[in-house]
Design a protein around this ligand. Structure first.
Ligand SMILES: Cc1cc2nc3c(=O)[nH]c(=O)nc-3n(C[C@H](O)[C@H](O)[C@H](O)COP(=O)(O)OP(=O)(O)OC[C@H]3O[C@@H](n4cnc5c(N)ncnc54)[C@H](O)[C@@H]3O)c2cc1C
Length: 420
């Protein structure tokens, strides 16, 4: 943890930006400059493009960047999971190959965890990687893979050993998505978007140095990714936040195009979180604010939403003190699901049957209808509510794990949910 003061960071970054910020540069060129100076990812280790600043001091850097209108590093979903996981578990080779490009935004990423028969039970993954002639050969199927259709690399959990208990036979790899053995098929969702894909591997190849962590240590690496993902559900994490004000110039145009592609799968994420921000204005516009029952439900929702926000702030403060992500990610994620469900109910109370109208015919051009059909996703993505409850019961409340007659058995001998 750094002992530098807020004033000294502000002064240093301000004078650096005044000397270096140049909106005429290309996006990647500018980001490389920012990264070289350590201001692109100021919380990261000094050895890997950072300055080891606390998140609070990194916030000062953000303020100064915004003040001058400077563009920051790339920072969207799976790319952030890749860098967080590599920082924790990657070899120097992998850090050197990928971390800078995560920040410049040159590579797109996806998370290849869930399978048709193994979502909650991620440790039961059936996609296999076998070492043949010095290469890992991957066969199997993943599903629900957000952004796979524009990803260059994937974070893959695959089985490398069938003769040990299921959690111990997994390994974690980085796989190149653009190769003949990888096929990506988009899936159309109930709300009309197509964020997810099925991904099929048929003799896809991975170089041995693209193993992340130990062979057979994939479960621990995947847990790191998931803890970071669950933290991303907190209301202050920026997902679904309003876009920055329109800025004119070629670098902004490049950034806007990048965001359009990278954020396209997440367009509906603000709706899946329940859009609590719309509740009061909708209640006033429709006159429903005069109904005491509606007012009572709004008060309950806003109370819940505020307390979730404060819990998330506590988690961020813990992180600022240098604590590793822990079960508060699960608490926050479960709370976010509860808020989304409550918001869904209150929107329905306010809009009545009109809430079911989609597109231009519906309130707010169909946004309310999109909220109603999108909120269920928040209690599934990144681990379902029930899984978060299991984690909280075991890791926070100290309750015993649910026993299974297959605990400790080689995975080969465990009955599986597949035919053949
Ligand atoms: C918006 C969104 C984005 C996603 N993006 C990705 C992605 O990019 N990459 C990726 O790999 N996956 C992704 N997923 C998949 C997601 O992680 C899985 O859907 C999730 O883990 C649940 O798995 P499943 O769908 O197989 O449900 P199942 O595991 O089949 O669960 C079905 C039901 O059984 C319950 N259940 C299962 N096990 C238990 C248990 N032990 N105790 C109590 N109840 C249990 C569940 O809570 C659920 O209600 C995404 C999902 C969504 C909705």
């Amino acid at each position: 943890m750094s002992d530098v003061s807020e004033d000294s960071v502000r002064k240093e970054v301000r004078s650096w930006l005044e000397a270096n910020w140049n909106p005429e540069l290309g996006l990647v060129e500018w980001r490389n400059k920012l990264i070289d100076a350590g201001w692109g990812a100021p919380t990261w280790p000094k050895a890997w493009h950072g300055r080891e600043l606390s998140p609070a001091l990194a916030g000062v850097v953000d303020q100064e960047m915004r003040r001058i209108g400077a563009v920051g590093v790339a920072a969207s979903g799976p790319r952030n999971l890749a860098s967080a996981t590599l920082l924790a578990h990657g070899s120097d080779f992998l850090k050197g190959k990928f971390l800078r490009r995560c920040l410049t935004g040159e590579d797109g990423w996806c998370q290849l965890f869930s399978e048709p028969g193994n979502g909650s039970d991620l440790a039961g993954a059936m996609t296999r990687a076998d070492l043949k002639d010095g290469m890992w050969i991957v066969n199997g199927q993943k599903v629900w893979t957000t952004s796979a259709h524009h990803a260059d690399f994937g974070l893959l959990v695959a089985r490398t050993n069938w003769d040990v208990p299921k959690h111990k036979g997994l390994s974690y790899f980085i796989i190149a998505m653009h190769q003949p053995g990888v096929q990506v098929h988009p899936l159309k969702q109930l709300n009309g978007h197509a964020s997810f894909n099925q991904v099929f591997f048929s003799d896809a190849k991975i170089e041995p140095d693209h193993l992340v962590g130990e062979l057979g240590g994939g479960w621990a690496v995947a847990t790191t990714t998931l803890m970071h993902e669950r933290r991303g559900f907190d209301p202050g994490s920026g997902r679904g936040a309003a876009p920055p004000p329109k800025r004119i110039g070629p670098i902004y145009e490049e950034e806007r195009r990048e965001n359009e592609t990278a954020m396209e799968p997440y367009k509906w994420y603000p709706q899946r979180a329940g859009r609590v921000d719309l509740i009061l204005s909708r209640a006033s516009e429709t006159g429903r604010i005069k109904d005491p029952v509606v007012r009572q439900e709004i008060a309950k929702l806003l109370t819940m939403s505020k307390s979730v926000e404060w819990t998330a702030r506590r988690a961020r403060a813990a992180m600022a003190e240098g604590r590793a992500p822990g079960p508060e990610g699960s608490l926050g994620k479960l709370a976010a699901s509860n808020v989304a469900r409550a918001a869904n109910r209150v929107h329905t109370l306010i809009s009545g049957a009109d809430a079911m109208l989609s597109g231009e015919d519906g309130p707010l051009d169909g946004i309310i209808a999109e909220i109603l059909i999108s909120t269920p996703a928040i209690s599934i993505a990144g681990g379902t509510d029930e899984i978060q409850k299991n984690i909280i019961s075991e890791r926070v409340l100290g309750m015993p794990k649910e026993p299974s007659e297959f605990d400790g058995k080689p995975y080969r001998d465990v009955p599986k949910n597949v035919i053949g």
